[in-house]
Design a protein around this ligand. Structure first.
Ligand code: AMP
Length: 277
């Protein structure tokens, strides 16, 4: 497995590969990340993974400083998966002095996570535009866990005529339902014990919908009750949205997504579940 830290070297090495599947990550890898890597491996001649904690997508300096990192462990995991190339640029390599460009997505990027974390999706769209330009992958792999991120990426890739196929892969969960996330490592034991309530709340909404319920107010109340009963009261949002626009839906008519963001102490977790097949 090659490790590459500069844009110039990355372009050079990539030119030797045939079709490339690209998996962008912020590192501290878990089974969710590896599921994307395995899919990319199965569908392309070569797999490139980036490990880059992208500072411009963080709103809070504390969140950025405390984001978990384990580069050596990540490299070992990726080598074991048969990854061809890991891209680990320094911040100054991607954002040299004078850098002055931002990819701003409107509409879908301004709702929910976009409203709670202003500038977040511009940071994501900017770094991914750079990665897509540098690596020129045929396919890029993302997790349904970050459903709104997937919708934003599909939007700007289409709008900017970027030649890459965006693949969305299912959310991987621990046995108790908690979605794998690098941020889970920062939960205290007590917070970790409460965290499965996120998935439980989503499942309650799904069960209600399968039973015929269609009202957002009823579903929201049910999700919040599960969270509150588990001792999770710092709910950023727990709602039902249209999976393409991320607009809240008063009444479910077609596809809908239960979506939540909850603070557990210093950690903010997000999760979602499609409500209709
Ligand atoms: P991150 O390192 O958090 O930026 O995540 C890198 C990629 O892994 C993103 O496309 C995420 O959506 C995806 N991902 C994160 N957690 C999971 C999970 N539990 N299951 C599947 N994909 C995930």
């Amino acid at each position: 497995m090659k490790v590459c830290t500069t844009v110039q070297e990355m372009r050079k090495v990539r030119a030797a590969f045939g079709t490339v599947g690209f998996v962008p990550t912020m590192g501290f890898l878990h089974e969710g990340h590896l599921s994307l890597v395995r899919k990319a491996k199965a569908e392309n001649d070569a797999v490139i993974v980036s490990l880059f904690v992208n500072p411009i997508q963080f709103g809070s300096p504390d969140d950025l400083a405390n984001y978990p990192r384990a580069i050596e462990q990540d490299k070992a995991l990726l080598a074991r998966e048969g990854v061809d190339m890991v891209f680990i640029p320094e911040v100054s390599e991607l954002y040299p002095s004078g850098f002055a460009t931002s990819v701003e997505v409107k509409d879908v990027a301004l709702k929910m996570e976009g409203a709670s974390r202003p500038g977040h999706f511009a940071g994501v769209a900017t770094v991914l535009t750079k990665f897509f330009n540098i690596i020129a992958p045929q396919k890029a792999y993302f997790g349904q866990k970050d459903a709104q991120q997937c919708a934003v990426i599909k939007r700007f890739v289409q709008d900017l005529d970027i030649s890459v196929e965006i693949k969305t892969m299912p959310t991987w969960r621990e046995e108790d339902g908690l979605a794998y996330s690098s941020r889970n490592a920062r939960l205290t034991a007590a917070e970790r014990a409460k965290a499965p309530a996120l998935y439980k709340a989503l499942c309650v909404a799904q069960t209600l919908v399968h039973g015929g319920e269609r009202s957002r107010a009823v579903l929201e109340a049910a999700m919040k009750q599960v969270l509150l009963e588990a001792g999770l009261s710092e709910i950023d949002y727990a709602t039902i949205v249209n999976p393409e626009t991320f607009e809240p839906e008063e009444q479910i008519t077609g596809n809908a997504l239960a979506l939540l963001a909850v603070h557990l102490g210093a950690v903010r977790l997000i999760d979602n579940l499609p409500l209709l097949p």
